[in-house]
Design a protein around this ligand. Structure first.
Ligand code: G4P
Length: 282
Protein backbone atom coordinates (compact mmCIF):
# COMPACT_ATOMS: atom_id res chain seq x y z
CA UNK A 1 0.00 0.00 0.00
CA UNK A 2 1.29 3.48 -0.85
CA UNK A 3 0.99 5.91 2.05
CA UNK A 4 -0.28 9.31 0.96
CA UNK A 5 -0.43 12.12 3.47
CA UNK A 6 -0.97 15.86 3.24
CA UNK A 7 -1.54 17.49 -0.10
CA UNK A 8 1.18 20.09 0.26
CA UNK A 9 1.26 23.92 0.33
CA UNK A 10 4.72 23.44 1.69
CA UNK A 11 6.42 25.86 -0.68
CA UNK A 12 4.71 28.68 1.22
CA UNK A 13 5.86 27.38 4.61
CA UNK A 14 9.46 27.11 3.39
CA UNK A 15 9.29 30.65 2.00
CA UNK A 16 7.98 31.93 5.33
CA UNK A 17 10.69 30.08 7.23
CA UNK A 18 13.36 31.47 4.92
CA UNK A 19 12.04 34.97 5.55
CA UNK A 20 11.83 34.41 9.31
CA UNK A 21 15.28 32.83 9.57
CA UNK A 22 16.89 36.20 8.77
CA UNK A 23 15.37 37.66 11.93
CA UNK A 24 16.35 34.95 14.38
CA UNK A 25 19.55 33.66 15.99
CA UNK A 26 18.88 29.94 16.51
CA UNK A 27 16.79 27.36 14.72
CA UNK A 28 15.47 24.60 16.96
CA UNK A 29 14.55 21.77 14.64
CA UNK A 30 12.43 19.19 16.46
CA UNK A 31 12.81 15.60 15.27
CA UNK A 32 11.43 12.34 16.55
CA UNK A 33 14.37 10.57 18.21
CA UNK A 34 13.04 7.21 17.01
CA UNK A 35 13.39 8.26 13.40
CA UNK A 36 15.42 11.46 13.09
CA UNK A 37 16.00 11.14 9.35
CA UNK A 38 12.45 10.32 8.29
CA UNK A 39 10.91 12.88 10.65
CA UNK A 40 12.96 15.73 9.20
CA UNK A 41 12.14 17.98 6.31
CA UNK A 42 15.11 17.63 4.03
CA UNK A 43 14.57 20.98 2.31
CA UNK A 44 15.24 22.85 5.56
CA UNK A 45 19.00 22.31 5.33
CA UNK A 46 19.15 24.56 2.26
CA UNK A 47 17.72 27.45 4.34
CA UNK A 48 20.39 27.32 7.01
CA UNK A 49 22.04 30.55 6.07
CA UNK A 50 24.83 29.95 8.62
CA UNK A 51 22.40 30.12 11.52
CA UNK A 52 23.07 28.19 14.67
CA UNK A 53 21.07 24.98 14.29
CA UNK A 54 19.96 22.76 17.18
CA UNK A 55 18.47 19.39 16.35
CA UNK A 56 16.28 18.33 19.24
CA UNK A 57 15.81 14.56 19.27
CA UNK A 58 12.49 14.54 21.04
CA UNK A 59 10.59 11.58 22.51
CA UNK A 60 13.92 10.35 23.78
CA UNK A 61 11.97 8.40 26.41
CA UNK A 62 10.67 6.13 23.61
CA UNK A 63 13.89 5.72 21.60
CA UNK A 64 16.72 3.20 21.92
CA UNK A 65 19.45 5.07 23.88
CA UNK A 66 22.36 3.49 21.97
CA UNK A 67 20.88 4.42 18.61
CA UNK A 68 20.13 7.95 19.80
CA UNK A 69 23.77 8.32 20.82
CA UNK A 70 24.80 7.30 17.30
CA UNK A 71 22.44 9.91 15.82
CA UNK A 72 23.85 12.65 18.05
CA UNK A 73 27.38 11.77 16.92
CA UNK A 74 26.28 11.71 13.31
CA UNK A 75 24.49 15.08 13.43
CA UNK A 76 27.33 16.79 15.25
CA UNK A 77 29.63 16.02 12.35
CA UNK A 78 27.67 18.65 10.43
CA UNK A 79 29.20 22.10 10.76
CA UNK A 80 27.26 24.46 13.02
CA UNK A 81 24.83 21.74 14.12
CA UNK A 82 24.28 20.64 17.72
CA UNK A 83 22.06 17.72 18.63
CA UNK A 84 20.25 17.31 21.93
CA UNK A 85 18.11 14.31 22.91
CA UNK A 86 15.30 15.12 25.32
CA UNK A 87 11.75 14.42 26.29
CA UNK A 88 9.70 17.57 25.79
CA UNK A 89 7.25 16.38 28.40
CA UNK A 90 9.91 16.66 31.11
CA UNK A 91 10.72 20.13 32.35
CA UNK A 92 14.18 19.11 33.58
CA UNK A 93 15.08 17.81 30.12
CA UNK A 94 14.45 21.18 28.54
CA UNK A 95 16.88 23.12 30.77
CA UNK A 96 19.97 22.08 28.76
CA UNK A 97 18.22 23.41 25.65
CA UNK A 98 17.88 26.86 27.21
CA UNK A 99 21.52 26.77 28.23
CA UNK A 100 22.63 25.62 24.79
CA UNK A 101 20.71 28.46 23.08
CA UNK A 102 22.39 31.00 25.35
CA UNK A 103 25.85 29.44 25.05
CA UNK A 104 25.63 29.37 21.28
CA UNK A 105 24.58 33.03 21.05
CA UNK A 106 26.67 34.66 23.79
CA UNK A 107 26.15 38.19 22.50
CA UNK A 108 22.44 37.91 23.35
CA UNK A 109 20.40 36.35 26.15
CA UNK A 110 19.98 39.51 28.25
CA UNK A 111 16.71 41.16 29.22
CA UNK A 112 15.76 43.47 26.36
CA UNK A 113 18.22 41.67 24.08
CA UNK A 114 16.98 38.09 23.99
CA UNK A 115 18.13 35.11 21.95
CA UNK A 116 15.59 34.78 19.16
CA UNK A 117 14.85 31.13 18.47
CA UNK A 118 12.49 29.55 16.00
CA UNK A 119 10.98 26.09 16.51
CA UNK A 120 10.47 24.11 13.30
CA UNK A 121 9.54 20.55 12.46
CA UNK A 122 6.96 18.33 10.83
CA UNK A 123 3.64 17.67 12.57
CA UNK A 124 3.54 15.45 15.64
CA UNK A 125 7.23 15.53 16.56
CA UNK A 126 6.33 17.42 19.74
CA UNK A 127 6.87 21.10 18.90
CA UNK A 128 3.83 22.29 20.87
CA UNK A 129 4.73 20.11 23.82
CA UNK A 130 8.26 21.53 23.82
CA UNK A 131 7.03 25.13 23.56
CA UNK A 132 4.55 24.60 26.40
CA UNK A 133 7.15 22.99 28.65
CA UNK A 134 9.67 25.76 27.92
CA UNK A 135 7.04 28.41 28.55
CA UNK A 136 5.82 26.69 31.71
CA UNK A 137 2.25 27.15 30.55
CA UNK A 138 -0.05 26.11 27.74
CA UNK A 139 0.64 28.44 24.85
CA UNK A 140 0.59 25.96 21.96
CA UNK A 141 -2.02 23.36 21.17
CA UNK A 142 -0.83 19.78 21.68
CA UNK A 143 -2.66 17.67 19.16
CA UNK A 144 -4.03 14.22 19.58
CA UNK A 145 -3.87 14.04 15.81
CA UNK A 146 -1.11 15.22 13.47
CA UNK A 147 -1.48 18.49 11.58
CA UNK A 148 -3.56 20.60 13.92
CA UNK A 149 -3.36 24.05 12.33
CA UNK A 150 -1.73 26.77 14.37
CA UNK A 151 -0.86 30.34 13.60
CA UNK A 152 2.63 31.73 14.09
CA UNK A 153 3.23 33.18 17.50
CA UNK A 154 6.00 34.71 19.55
CA UNK A 155 6.52 33.50 23.08
CA UNK A 156 8.71 35.39 25.53
CA UNK A 157 10.14 32.76 27.88
CA UNK A 158 11.21 35.59 30.22
CA UNK A 159 14.62 34.02 30.64
CA UNK A 160 16.45 35.82 27.86
CA UNK A 161 14.89 33.76 25.06
CA UNK A 162 12.03 34.58 22.72
CA UNK A 163 10.60 31.69 20.75
CA UNK A 164 8.70 31.78 17.54
CA UNK A 165 6.60 28.91 16.34
CA UNK A 166 6.93 27.45 12.83
CA UNK A 167 5.16 29.63 10.33
CA UNK A 168 3.07 27.22 8.25
CA UNK A 169 3.22 23.47 8.03
CA UNK A 170 6.24 21.44 7.07
CA UNK A 171 5.76 17.95 5.72
CA UNK A 172 8.12 15.01 5.69
CA UNK A 173 9.11 13.48 2.38
CA UNK A 174 6.37 11.05 1.42
CA UNK A 175 8.13 9.98 -1.77
CA UNK A 176 10.39 7.98 0.50
CA UNK A 177 7.91 5.20 1.22
CA UNK A 178 10.20 3.38 3.69
CA UNK A 179 10.35 6.62 5.64
CA UNK A 180 6.58 7.01 5.31
CA UNK A 181 6.09 3.56 6.81
CA UNK A 182 8.42 4.39 9.70
CA UNK A 183 6.48 7.61 10.31
CA UNK A 184 3.25 5.65 10.21
CA UNK A 185 4.61 3.10 12.67
CA UNK A 186 5.64 5.92 15.03
CA UNK A 187 2.14 7.42 14.95
CA UNK A 188 3.12 10.60 13.12
CA UNK A 189 0.74 9.99 10.24
CA UNK A 190 -3.01 10.45 10.66
CA UNK A 191 -4.50 7.02 11.17
CA UNK A 192 -7.12 7.51 8.48
CA UNK A 193 -4.30 7.77 5.91
CA UNK A 194 -3.01 4.31 6.63
CA UNK A 195 -3.79 0.67 6.66
CA UNK A 196 -2.99 -0.81 10.05
CA UNK A 197 -2.25 -4.24 8.71
CA UNK A 198 0.49 -3.24 6.28
CA UNK A 199 2.06 -0.79 8.75
CA UNK A 200 1.84 -3.37 11.54
CA UNK A 201 3.50 -5.99 9.35
CA UNK A 202 6.21 -3.51 8.36
CA UNK A 203 6.95 -2.64 11.99
CA UNK A 204 6.71 -6.28 13.03
CA UNK A 205 9.28 -7.30 10.45
CA UNK A 206 11.69 -4.60 11.64
CA UNK A 207 11.28 -5.49 15.31
CA UNK A 208 11.76 -9.19 14.60
CA UNK A 209 15.10 -8.34 13.03
CA UNK A 210 16.25 -5.59 15.36
CA UNK A 211 14.55 -6.14 18.74
CA UNK A 212 13.68 -9.87 18.97
CA UNK A 213 14.32 -10.01 22.73
CA UNK A 214 11.87 -7.20 23.47
CA UNK A 215 9.17 -8.95 21.42
CA UNK A 216 9.74 -12.24 23.24
CA UNK A 217 9.45 -10.51 26.61
CA UNK A 218 6.41 -8.42 25.78
CA UNK A 219 4.36 -11.22 24.30
CA UNK A 220 5.81 -14.07 26.41
CA UNK A 221 6.89 -15.95 23.28
CA UNK A 222 8.82 -19.22 23.69
CA UNK A 223 9.97 -19.10 20.08
CA UNK A 224 10.41 -16.09 17.87
CA UNK A 225 7.79 -16.16 15.08
CA UNK A 226 9.26 -16.70 11.63
CA UNK A 227 7.44 -13.85 9.95
CA UNK A 228 5.70 -10.59 10.79
CA UNK A 229 2.41 -12.26 9.85
CA UNK A 230 3.01 -15.00 12.42
CA UNK A 231 3.94 -12.33 14.97
CA UNK A 232 0.62 -10.52 14.42
CA UNK A 233 -1.21 -13.84 14.82
CA UNK A 234 0.62 -14.39 18.13
CA UNK A 235 -0.21 -10.82 19.28
CA UNK A 236 -3.86 -11.30 18.27
CA UNK A 237 -4.09 -14.55 20.22
CA UNK A 238 -2.49 -13.01 23.32
CA UNK A 239 -4.87 -10.08 23.20
CA UNK A 240 -7.95 -12.18 22.34
CA UNK A 241 -8.53 -10.33 19.07
CA UNK A 242 -10.46 -12.99 17.21
CA UNK A 243 -12.89 -12.71 14.33
CA UNK A 244 -15.80 -15.07 13.69
CA UNK A 245 -14.65 -18.66 13.50
CA UNK A 246 -11.96 -18.04 16.10
CA UNK A 247 -9.32 -16.82 13.63
CA UNK A 248 -7.19 -13.84 14.59
CA UNK A 249 -8.44 -10.50 13.27
CA UNK A 250 -5.23 -9.32 11.60
CA UNK A 251 -6.36 -5.71 11.37
CA UNK A 252 -7.17 -5.50 15.08
CA UNK A 253 -3.99 -7.36 16.05
CA UNK A 254 -1.89 -4.92 13.97
CA UNK A 255 -3.69 -1.97 15.52
CA UNK A 256 -3.04 -3.30 19.03
CA UNK A 257 0.60 -3.99 18.18
CA UNK A 258 1.10 -0.46 16.83
CA UNK A 259 -0.62 1.08 19.83
CA UNK A 260 1.73 -0.76 22.18
CA UNK A 261 4.78 0.10 20.07
CA UNK A 262 3.87 3.82 19.96
CA UNK A 263 3.25 3.97 23.70
CA UNK A 264 6.67 2.48 24.39
CA UNK A 265 5.15 -0.64 25.95
CA UNK A 266 7.36 -3.01 23.96
CA UNK A 267 10.44 -1.10 25.05
CA UNK A 268 12.62 1.78 23.92
CA UNK A 269 12.76 1.30 20.19
CA UNK A 270 14.34 3.29 17.38
CA UNK A 271 12.98 2.76 13.91
CA UNK A 272 16.08 3.83 11.97
CA UNK A 273 19.81 4.20 12.44
CA UNK A 274 22.29 6.56 10.85
CA UNK A 275 23.90 5.21 7.73
CA UNK A 276 27.15 6.33 6.14
CA UNK A 277 25.42 7.87 3.12
CA UNK A 278 21.70 8.37 3.75
CA UNK A 279 19.57 8.61 0.62
CA UNK A 280 18.85 12.33 0.29
CA UNK A 281 15.57 12.84 -1.58
CA UNK A 282 15.51 15.49 -4.34
P1 G4P B 1 3.49 18.99 17.17
O1 G4P B 1 3.23 20.28 17.85
O2 G4P B 1 4.88 18.87 16.62
O3 G4P B 1 2.46 18.61 16.13
O4 G4P B 1 3.41 17.81 18.29
P2 G4P B 1 2.66 17.81 19.70
O5 G4P B 1 3.38 18.67 20.68
O6 G4P B 1 1.20 18.08 19.45
O7 G4P B 1 2.89 16.30 20.16
C1 G4P B 1 2.39 15.21 19.42
C2 G4P B 1 2.23 14.01 20.35
O8 G4P B 1 3.53 13.61 20.83
C3 G4P B 1 1.38 14.27 21.59
O9 G4P B 1 0.75 13.04 21.93
C4 G4P B 1 2.43 14.55 22.67
O10 G4P B 1 1.95 14.31 23.96
C5 G4P B 1 3.50 13.55 22.26
N1 G4P B 1 4.83 13.93 22.76
C6 G4P B 1 5.46 15.12 22.62
N2 G4P B 1 6.66 15.08 23.21
C7 G4P B 1 6.81 13.84 23.71
C8 G4P B 1 7.87 13.19 24.43
O11 G4P B 1 8.93 13.74 24.71
N3 G4P B 1 7.64 11.88 24.78
C9 G4P B 1 6.50 11.22 24.47
N4 G4P B 1 6.40 9.95 24.84
N5 G4P B 1 5.49 11.81 23.80
C10 G4P B 1 5.65 13.10 23.43
P3 G4P B 1 -0.77 12.81 21.73
O12 G4P B 1 -1.03 11.37 21.90
O13 G4P B 1 -1.17 13.45 20.44
O14 G4P B 1 -1.38 13.64 22.86
P4 G4P B 1 -1.39 13.32 24.46
O15 G4P B 1 -0.96 11.89 24.64
O16 G4P B 1 -0.43 14.27 25.08
O17 G4P B 1 -2.81 13.57 24.80
Amino acid sequence: MTIRWFPGHMGKALEQIEEQIRKIDVVIEVLDARLPFSSSNHKLAALRNNKVWIKVLNKNDLADPAVTKAWVRDFQLQAGVRALPLSAKKHADTKPLIKLCKDLVPRRGQPGFPVRAMVVGIPNVGKSTLINTLAGRSVAKVGDRPAITKSTQQIDLRNGIVLSDTPGMLWPDMKDQEGAYRLAASGAIGDNALDYTSVGLFAGEYLLRRYPGLLKDRYALQELPESAHDLMIAVGRKRGLLATGGVVDLHKASEAFLRELRAGKIGRISLEEPVADPPVPE
